[in-house]
Write a protein that binds this ligand. Structure first.
Ligand code: BES
Ligand code: ZN
Length: 455
């Protein structure tokens, strides 16, 4: 099939695509914050208008959380069907003072778009819409049927898209699910991700005295919740980076030698890691390289820790309460529920005497592994090579996309993770960015994929 007109259209409309993405990025659709509820509606409406303008059948599905947007092209049973998933919600923006440019006033400079959501995930998602537009506006026959399911609760742990998928498996039926919500290997190397980590997110709450106490009057006579949280956290990992929770590693699928060799052949080093993170040095579980730790070893990290006074000057107290939020990123075949139970049991056992401890399981996601030898993976590799004019590689990722497991189970379809972002795009962090070149090559890739998926 000749895609010349489609590619010409993409080339001719590059600037306009960027301008339209900028409009999408202006909507502060922060799903975690109730005050932004109207902005989530706005972002959903933006997509509805977009699909409507392209002549797709589109539905805005209200839920008890944020709306889902579903759209489809005409469905011809003789063609294969692709389901594109993405999320229009974004992460909170604090600390706001560290943004060089306001997060919802997108700035395009030197081929880079700066805005919250530019890479995660509005820009990546939008590439698929613009690829479809290029077919429709040039009257190029679609080689496949396309469906879109786009949610607004990915970043805040909403469950509506899972329920919807399970209850509408026939409607979402497809030959492959396509997701662009991951990264390239590096600026010059496009990638298909074949494994995502899962998540087990816990909170520890420690209660001591009924109220803060003078640390002179009562210090040394009662347990201090701040010290107690520190004691617990200190026992989660040993000095060699191994997680000490009994049973934690029981279900971990170990890396085989071919995978280790494939990781080692990729150009990555601790020097690159230092540059990417600004950390003084690489550190992690002994016996593994940084890429192995990042992609294939489970983790246990404090995400937040609190208790007592941390303001200016001295305030001598024994705090009444203290706590920590801890995330464990899981790898195949660990199960979040089993890990949560093991965590709670261990924390209760190691908690110092003299405090009450509460352990909460806030959020879970299953780890994901997709076979690398499917026809769809090969189609993805060919599409990336054509779209980026570079040879793609296989990678794994440390992040999570909770819906992927549900897609695999409920739709029984292969999932193709075609990442257009960079690990240095500052997702979830100040100054998030997305490179125009990756956006445009992503549109080209998505356009090629519609053909490659039929082969
Ligand atoms: N796009 C990310 C997932 C991601 C991050 C993939 C980094 C590859 C590299 C996604 O939007 C995300 O942030 N997911 C959350 C899920 C969590 C809230 C369950 C995550 O990984 O923290
Ligand atoms: Zn995302």
């Amino acid at each position: 099939m000749n895609l010349e007109r489609v590619m010409d259209y993409i080339q001719a409309n590059e600037q306009s695509f960027v301008d339209q993405l900028v409009d999408f990025l202006k909507i502060p659709s922060i799903s975690a914050q109730a005050k932004h509820r109207p902005d989530l509606e706005k972002a959903a409406d933006f997509l509805v208008k977009e699909f409507d303008g392209l002549g797709l059948a589109v539905e805005k599905i209200e839920t008890d959380g944020h709306p889902l947007v579903y759209a489809e092209t005409g469905q011809d049973p003789s063609r294969p069907t692709l389901l594109v998933y993405g999320h229009y919600d974004v992460q909170p923006v604090d600390p706001l003072e560290l943004w060089k440019n306001p997060p919802f006033e997108p700035k395009v400079a030197n081929g880079v778009i700066y805005a919250r959501g530019s890479s995660d995930d509005k820009g990546q998602l939008y590439a698929h819409i613009k690829a479809l537009e290029a077919y429709l506006r040039t009257d190029t026959a679609l080689p496949v049927n396309v469906k879109f399911i786009i949610e607004g609760e990915e970043e805040c742990g909403g469950h509506n898209v899972y329920t919807y998928t399970e209850q509408n498996a026939d409607k979402l039926a497809c030959d492959a699910v396509i997701i662009s919500d991951t990264t390239m290997f590096d600026e010059n190397t496009p990638a298909i991700c074949y494994s995502l980590k899962g998540l087990c997110f816990m909170e520890i709450r420690v209660k001591g005295p009924a109220q803060d106490l003078h640390s002179g009057s009562f210090g040394g006579t009662v347990q201090n919740p701040g010290n107690a949280v520190a004691t617990i956290v200190a026992k989660l990992k040993d000095s060699r980076g191994r997680v000490k929770i009994p049973g934690f590693y029981d279900d971990v699928l170990s890396l085989d030698s071919s995978e280790r060799a494939a990781f080692a052949s990729l150009k990555y080093s601790d020097r690159i890691l230092r540059r990417e993170t600004g950390a003084p040095r690489a550190w992690g579980e002994a016996g593994y390289t940084s890429l192995e730790r990042m992609w294939a070893r489970p983790t246990c990290d404090v995400n937040g820790i609190w208790g007592g006074y941390s303001g200016e000057g001295a305030k001598t107290i024994i705090p009444a309460t203290a706590g920590a939020k801890v995330s464990m990123r899981l790898v195949p075949n660990q199960k979040p529920a089993a890990i949560a139970a093991a965590f709670e049991k261990y924390v209760r056992r190691i908690a110092p005497k003299g405090v009450e401890v509460e352990v909460l399981n806030l959020h879970n996601a299953d780890p994901v592994l997709v076979p690398r030898d499917s026809a769809m993976m090969q189609a993805g590799l060919r599409a990336l090579e054509k779209g980026f004019q570079r040879k793609p590689v296989f990678i794994r990722e440390g992040g999570s996309i909770p819906i992927v497991g549900t897609f695999q189970q409920a739709l029984q379809a292969p999932v193709l993770l075609l990442g257009l972002g960079l690990s240095t795009d500052n997702i979830h962090s100040p100054n998030e960015k997305f490179h125009v070149a990756n956006f445009v090559n992503g549109i080209r890739t998505a356009a090629h994929l519609l053909v490659e998926a039929t082969k």
